[in-house]
Design a protein around this ligand. Sequence first.
Ligand SMILES: Cc1cc2nc3c(=O)[nH]c(=O)nc-3n(C[C@H](O)[C@H](O)[C@H](O)COP(=O)(O)O)c2cc1C
Length: 158
Amino acid sequence: MKGAVRIRRSRCGVRRLDLYCGSHAVTDLIQLIYSSKPFGFDDAALNGILSIARWNNPREAITGALICRHDLYLQLLEGPQAAVEKRYASIARDKRHLDVVKRAFRPVTERLFPNWAMRDDPSRSWMWTAEEIDAGALDRATPEDVIAIFQRLAAEVD
Ligand SMILES: Cc1cc2nc3c(=O)[nH]c(=O)nc-3n(C[C@H](O)[C@H](O)[C@H](O)COP(=O)(O)O)c2cc1C
Protein backbone atom coordinates (compact mmCIF):
# COMPACT_ATOMS: atom_id res chain seq x y z
CA MET A 1 0.00 0.00 0.00
CA LYS A 2 2.80 2.39 -0.84
CA GLY A 3 1.83 5.99 -0.13
CA ALA A 4 -1.80 5.03 0.42
CA VAL A 5 -3.99 7.03 2.75
CA ARG A 6 -6.39 5.10 4.92
CA ILE A 7 -9.14 6.58 7.00
CA ARG A 8 -10.31 4.41 9.87
CA ARG A 9 -12.96 4.81 12.49
CA SER A 10 -11.98 4.20 16.08
CA ARG A 11 -14.36 2.89 18.71
CA CYS A 12 -15.69 6.38 19.43
CA GLY A 13 -16.29 7.15 15.78
CA VAL A 14 -13.37 9.57 15.58
CA ARG A 15 -11.68 9.36 12.22
CA ARG A 16 -8.04 8.41 12.26
CA LEU A 17 -5.87 9.15 9.29
CA ASP A 18 -2.88 6.93 8.68
CA LEU A 19 -0.40 7.26 5.87
CA TYR A 20 1.23 4.01 4.81
CA CYS A 21 4.67 4.09 3.19
CA GLY A 22 5.70 0.58 2.23
CA SER A 23 5.08 -1.64 5.23
CA HIS A 24 5.49 1.17 7.80
CA ALA A 25 2.50 3.14 9.06
CA VAL A 26 3.51 6.80 9.29
CA THR A 27 1.04 8.75 11.31
CA ASP A 28 0.74 12.47 11.41
CA LEU A 29 -0.31 12.50 15.05
CA ILE A 30 0.84 15.27 17.35
CA GLN A 31 0.03 16.40 20.87
CA LEU A 32 -0.11 20.03 21.85
CA ILE A 33 -0.60 21.27 25.41
CA TYR A 34 -1.24 24.86 26.41
CA SER A 35 -2.22 26.70 29.55
CA SER A 36 -4.36 29.78 29.96
CA LYS A 37 -6.31 31.75 32.53
CA PRO A 38 -10.11 31.56 32.38
CA PHE A 39 -11.91 34.83 31.81
CA GLY A 40 -15.42 34.50 33.27
CA PHE A 41 -15.24 30.93 34.59
CA ASP A 42 -18.52 29.27 35.55
CA ASP A 43 -20.56 26.21 34.60
CA ALA A 44 -22.24 27.96 31.68
CA ALA A 45 -18.91 29.10 30.23
CA LEU A 46 -17.41 25.64 30.61
CA ASN A 47 -20.45 23.92 29.10
CA GLY A 48 -20.30 26.28 26.12
CA ILE A 49 -16.65 25.44 25.51
CA LEU A 50 -17.17 21.70 25.90
CA SER A 51 -20.20 21.70 23.58
CA ILE A 52 -18.31 23.35 20.75
CA ALA A 53 -15.25 21.16 21.37
CA ARG A 54 -17.34 17.99 21.27
CA TRP A 55 -19.05 19.14 18.09
CA ASN A 56 -15.92 20.22 16.19
CA ASN A 57 -13.24 17.86 17.38
CA PRO A 58 -14.58 14.53 16.06
CA ARG A 59 -14.96 16.06 12.59
CA GLU A 60 -11.28 17.03 12.71
CA ALA A 61 -10.06 13.77 14.28
CA ILE A 62 -9.02 15.71 17.38
CA THR A 63 -9.23 14.18 20.84
CA GLY A 64 -7.95 15.40 24.19
CA ALA A 65 -8.60 16.61 27.70
CA LEU A 66 -9.24 19.94 29.36
CA ILE A 67 -8.29 20.47 32.99
CA CYS A 68 -10.32 23.36 34.25
CA ARG A 69 -10.65 25.34 37.42
CA HIS A 70 -11.26 29.00 38.26
CA ASP A 71 -7.60 30.01 37.81
CA LEU A 72 -6.41 27.58 35.13
CA TYR A 73 -7.13 25.86 31.86
CA LEU A 74 -4.65 23.20 30.85
CA GLN A 75 -5.65 21.52 27.60
CA LEU A 76 -4.14 18.68 25.61
CA LEU A 77 -5.15 18.51 21.95
CA GLU A 78 -4.09 15.51 19.86
CA GLY A 79 -4.71 14.65 16.24
CA PRO A 80 -3.37 15.35 12.75
CA GLN A 81 -0.86 18.20 12.96
CA ALA A 82 -2.58 20.60 10.56
CA ALA A 83 -5.97 20.17 12.24
CA VAL A 84 -4.58 20.62 15.76
CA GLU A 85 -2.54 23.69 14.82
CA LYS A 86 -5.52 25.30 13.11
CA ARG A 87 -7.83 24.61 16.02
CA TYR A 88 -5.22 25.83 18.51
CA ALA A 89 -4.91 29.09 16.58
CA SER A 90 -8.65 29.71 16.91
CA ILE A 91 -8.65 28.68 20.58
CA ALA A 92 -5.78 31.09 21.28
CA ARG A 93 -7.89 33.97 19.91
CA ASP A 94 -10.88 33.10 22.13
CA LYS A 95 -11.88 35.87 24.54
CA ARG A 96 -12.99 33.38 27.18
CA HIS A 97 -9.43 33.02 28.41
CA LEU A 98 -6.18 35.00 28.69
CA ASP A 99 -2.43 34.39 28.71
CA VAL A 100 -2.47 31.41 26.37
CA VAL A 101 0.98 29.76 26.47
CA LYS A 102 2.02 26.66 24.53
CA ARG A 103 3.63 24.25 27.01
CA ALA A 104 4.38 21.13 24.95
CA PHE A 105 4.30 19.95 21.37
CA ARG A 106 5.42 16.53 20.20
CA PRO A 107 4.79 13.90 17.54
CA VAL A 108 3.27 10.72 18.96
CA THR A 109 2.26 7.32 17.67
CA GLU A 110 -0.61 6.76 20.10
CA ARG A 111 -3.30 9.00 21.51
CA LEU A 112 -3.66 9.44 25.27
CA PHE A 113 -7.43 10.07 25.03
CA PRO A 114 -8.60 8.11 21.97
CA ASN A 115 -12.16 7.84 23.30
CA TRP A 116 -12.64 11.48 24.18
CA ALA A 117 -13.64 14.29 21.80
CA MET A 118 -12.73 16.44 24.83
CA ARG A 119 -12.57 15.00 28.31
CA ASP A 120 -13.11 17.54 31.09
CA ASP A 121 -11.24 17.12 34.31
CA PRO A 122 -11.23 19.13 37.48
CA SER A 123 -7.79 19.92 38.80
CA ARG A 124 -6.50 17.14 41.09
CA SER A 125 -4.93 17.38 44.52
CA TRP A 126 -1.64 16.10 43.08
CA MET A 127 -1.44 19.03 40.69
CA TRP A 128 -0.23 22.53 41.47
CA THR A 129 -2.31 24.64 43.85
CA ALA A 130 -3.62 28.06 42.82
CA GLU A 131 -0.87 29.59 44.99
CA GLU A 132 1.82 27.56 43.21
CA ILE A 133 0.43 28.59 39.83
CA ASP A 134 0.47 32.23 40.97
CA ALA A 135 4.08 31.79 42.06
CA GLY A 136 5.08 30.60 38.57
CA ALA A 137 4.99 26.80 38.91
CA LEU A 138 3.84 26.39 35.31
CA ASP A 139 6.62 28.55 33.96
CA ARG A 140 9.18 26.41 35.76
CA ALA A 141 7.61 23.15 34.56
CA THR A 142 9.25 21.31 31.67
CA PRO A 143 7.23 19.99 28.72
CA GLU A 144 7.75 16.52 30.23
CA ASP A 145 6.18 17.69 33.50
CA VAL A 146 2.99 18.86 31.78
CA ILE A 147 2.84 15.77 29.57
CA ALA A 148 3.15 13.65 32.74
CA ILE A 149 0.00 15.28 34.15
CA PHE A 150 -2.04 14.09 31.18
CA GLN A 151 -0.39 10.69 31.20
CA ARG A 152 -1.51 10.30 34.80
CA LEU A 153 -5.06 11.41 33.96
CA ALA A 154 -5.21 9.06 30.98
CA ALA A 155 -4.13 6.15 33.17
CA GLU A 156 -7.25 6.62 35.31
CA VAL A 157 -10.21 4.47 34.35
CA ASP A 158 -12.42 6.31 31.84
C1 LIG B 1 -10.24 26.81 27.14
C2 LIG B 1 -10.89 26.62 25.79
C3 LIG B 1 -10.81 25.38 25.17
C4 LIG B 1 -11.41 25.19 23.92
N1 LIG B 1 -11.31 23.97 23.31
C5 LIG B 1 -11.84 23.78 22.09
C6 LIG B 1 -11.69 22.55 21.41
O1 LIG B 1 -11.12 21.57 21.91
N2 LIG B 1 -12.25 22.45 20.17
C7 LIG B 1 -12.93 23.46 19.58
O2 LIG B 1 -13.41 23.30 18.46
N3 LIG B 1 -13.08 24.65 20.21
C8 LIG B 1 -12.55 24.83 21.44
N4 LIG B 1 -12.71 26.03 22.08
C9 LIG B 1 -13.52 27.06 21.41
C10 LIG B 1 -12.68 27.82 20.40
O3 LIG B 1 -11.94 28.82 21.02
C11 LIG B 1 -13.56 28.46 19.31
O4 LIG B 1 -14.59 29.21 19.89
C12 LIG B 1 -14.19 27.39 18.42
O5 LIG B 1 -13.20 26.46 18.03
C13 LIG B 1 -14.86 28.01 17.17
O6 LIG B 1 -13.87 28.69 16.45
P1 LIG B 1 -14.06 29.07 14.90
O7 LIG B 1 -15.32 29.89 14.86
O8 LIG B 1 -12.80 29.82 14.57
O9 LIG B 1 -14.19 27.75 14.17
C14 LIG B 1 -12.12 26.25 23.30
C15 LIG B 1 -12.16 27.50 23.94
C16 LIG B 1 -11.57 27.68 25.17
C17 LIG B 1 -11.65 29.02 25.84
